[in-house]
Each structure stands twice: as C-alpha cells, then as structure tokens.
Design a protein around this ligand. Structure first.
Ligand code: BV8
Length: 312
C-alpha cells in the first residue's frame, strides 16, 4: 500500500499514479456507493447507511419482494426520489472524461443511482453490474417479459408518495385515499425509510406499479437482487474485456467496500491480468479482497475530491 491511511494525499504517490495512468491504455474502474456519497446519497454500510436499519437481504431479494412488495417498493421509490434529487459530482464527470480520452477505459458500476449516466459517461464504456433504479420490468418472466423499460416517474405510483414530515407517517390513514386526496402529500423524500411504518394493508398490489402489458403482474425495479445473476450480457462484456490482450494496466477501486460478489471479484481478476490497483476510500479497512499488495495505491478521502485529482 503506497499511501499511509491517515496522511494527507502524498504528492509523490499522486505523481507516481499520474505517470502510470499516462502510460496506460487499458484501465478498469469499479464504482461503489462511496462515489455518490458527496452527491448526498447514503451508502449502504456507512453511518446512516440505507441498509443499517434494514439488512440488505431483507429488502433486496426476490423473496422479500414476493413477501412484502409494498415495503420493497417503498424502499426503491425512496431511493429513486433521492437519486433524482442528487447531482453527479466531480468524480462522475472525471470518469466520463477519462472514458472519452481513453478508448480502452471501462467502468464497472455497482451503483444503481444513474449519476454516471447523468454525467454523460459514454454508455459503451459503462457496465451497470447491478442494474438501475430507473428502469422497470414485469415480474412475470415466463409469459409477459415486459421491459426493462426506462422509468423516471417520481413517485412511480401515487400510493408510494410519503407524507410530508409534518404529517404522522404512522397515522392509520389508508395511504391509498391519502395519496389521492391529501394535497400535502409529496413524493418520498428526506424521511428515513426505516422511520416509516407503512400501513401495509393499504398498499395492496393494485396500489403498486403493475405491468401495462399483461396488466396483472407487478412491475419491479430493474436492479439485480441478492441471489440473482448479474445480466448475462454484462457478465460476457466484462469477461471479454478482461480476457482480451493486452494486459490490463490499472483498476481504480472507487468508493466501494468490495464486499459484494461477483463485482468485487473483478479486482483480483484484473490483478491476475497484470493490473495495479488504486483504491480511493475514506476507510483504509475496506481493502481489496485478499488485502493490500505491493504496488497498490491507496488514497484516503472523498472520491469526489480525489478522483478528479487522480484523473486530471
Ligand atoms: C449472485 C442492487 C449468483 C440492489 C446490489 C461469491 C460469488 C458470487 C456471489 C456471492 C459470493 N459470496 C456471496 C455471494 C452472494 C451475494 C453477495 O455478494 N453477498 C454479499 C453480501 C456477501 N451476491 C449476489 O447475490 C449476487 N448474485 O451471486 O448470483 C447467481 C448466479 C447464477 C444464477 C443465479 C444466481 C448479486 C449481488 C447484487 C446485489 N445488488 N445492488 C440495490 O441496490 O438495492 S448490491 C449493492 O450493495 C450495491 O449495488 C453495491 O454493490 C453493494 C454495496 O456496496 P458498496 O457500493 O461498496 O457500498 P458500501 O456502503 O458497502 O460501501 C461504501 C464504501 O464507500 C465504503 O468502503 C466507504 O468507506 C466508502 N465511502 C463512503 N463515503 C465515501 C467513500 N469512499 C470515497 N469517498 C466517499 N465520500
């Protein structure tokens, strides 16, 4: 590891990274929630993390959706709203700029927030490993197969609007009527999802987004839930990139705890193809799987500040 975790950025290490980047033609980046933290989007495992109050697997699995579509849709509606309110930060733009100037650069994003896309990251150089909040598809994958279709409507259906903070979200009002008659309601925002005890009996399936094609099945967010395979086209694209010569020069690991697989596994795969690893993270303890190795760079701090410095 090249930079002590507590030191301010080491200019010698920054220079050595710049030299390596200037000599590189094939660079991967692996993006995590920390990249969007400065855009105001909470990470999953950090303080106040979205999943601190709800374990990931209690909200992001097909079984959770099957058991409680109202809560799971509330979680996603809340995140859709937050992401739409957020703006890409300087790191998103710096990565998009690197893609434009380096044809051999490929971004692997674990983020579903749409901020890389809104920073005009060239789409051919952006692989969305875990899908996006802003597309929906029909749950009926046998007969219907509607979608994925882009969808930026917020809230996606009126019943998913969350009461303004003045109102008592726990009031036993049936949300359905409240959402249609009480003009104080506004889309899900600020409130921490874990503080909302939704009278779920009022979120009947008919209140939730339903498929416009088959009209009977629910729509779901086009994200990859735990226990689901990453999209085969994405897997194939990434595997092809990693397998093809010449070797990979660098992998930038930006704002990720690197705990979710197979995404985190790409770090070791890139290393095996000769890549040096550059980590940007606020926490030195979130080392790449397998730990730090000789030649790694570690730049501690906010990705929104450090990534533009690294890629300038
Ligand atoms: C699958 C979409 C098989 C939904 C997400 C080994 C191999 C394969 C699978 C597994 C395996 N071991 C375990 C598994 C199962 C599982 C898994 O990995 N579990 C984990 C919990 C151990 N994996 C799966 O289920 C995957 N599917 O394997 O399928 C299969 C094959 C064929 C057929 C059928 C099935 C699917 C995983 C995808 C899950 N979906 N997202 C949604 O978002 O709601 S994952 C979700 O969590 C995110 O997308 C992201 O990937 C992950 C969160 O990670 P991070 O982005 O890193 O965020 P986190 O908060 O953890 O960390 C933030 C970091 O930023 C921290 O380090 C922090 O210090 C830092 N930071 C904070 N602020 C800043 C900062 N850094 C810089 N600047 C700052 N300002």
């Amino acid at each position: 590891m090249a930079t002590s975790p507590s030191a301010p950025i080491d200019l010698a290490q920054l220079h050595s990274f710049h030299v390596a980047l200037a000599q590189s033609t094939r660079v991967l980046s692996l993006l995590g929630a920390g990249l969007s933290a400065s855009s105001g989007l909470p990470t999953f495992r950090g303080a106040g993390g979205l999943w601190r109050t709800h374990d990931a697997t209690s909200l992001a699995t097909p079984e959770a959706f099957e058991a409680n579509p109202g809560l799971v849709w509330q979680f996603y509606s809340y995140r859709r709203h937050m992401a739409l309110q957020a703006q890409p930060n300087a790191a998103h733009y710096a990565l998009a700029e690197l893609a434009r100037r380096m044809p051999g650069f490929l971004t692997l994003s674990q983020n579903v927030d749409g901020l890389s896309q809104r920073a005009n990251h060239p789409p051919a150089q952006l692989q969305l490993l875990h899908g996006t909040l802003f597309a929906v598809r029909c749950m009926d994958r046998e007969l219907c197969r509607y979608g994925p279709e882009p969808n930026f409507v917020d809230p996606i259906v009126p019943a998913l609007a969350i009461p303004t903070s003045g109102a008592d979200p726990t009031a036993n009002t049936t949300r359905h009527s409240a959402a249609t008659t009480d003009h104080n309601h506004q889309p899900a925002q600020d409130l921490d999802i874990s503080n909302i005890s939704v009278p779920l009996d009022s979120l009947s399936p008919s209140d939730l987004p339903t498929c416009p094609k088959c009209t009977h099945a629910l729509l779901r967010p086009n994200v990859v839930w735990f226990g689901e395979s990453l999209p085969w086209t994405v897997l194939e694209t990434v595997d092809t990139y990693i397998a093809q010569p010449p070797p990979i020069d660098l992998i930038l690991v930006l704002g990720t705890s690197a705990k979710v697989f197979p995404a985190a596994g790409y770090i070791a795969e890139a290393r095996a193809k000769g890549a040096r690893v550059c980590v940007v993270n606020t926490d030195v303890n979130d080392a790449p799987p397998g730990g730090w190795q000789e030649g790694d760079w570690f730049f501690r701090g906010d990705a929104a500040v450090l990534v533009p410095m690294l890629l300038e």
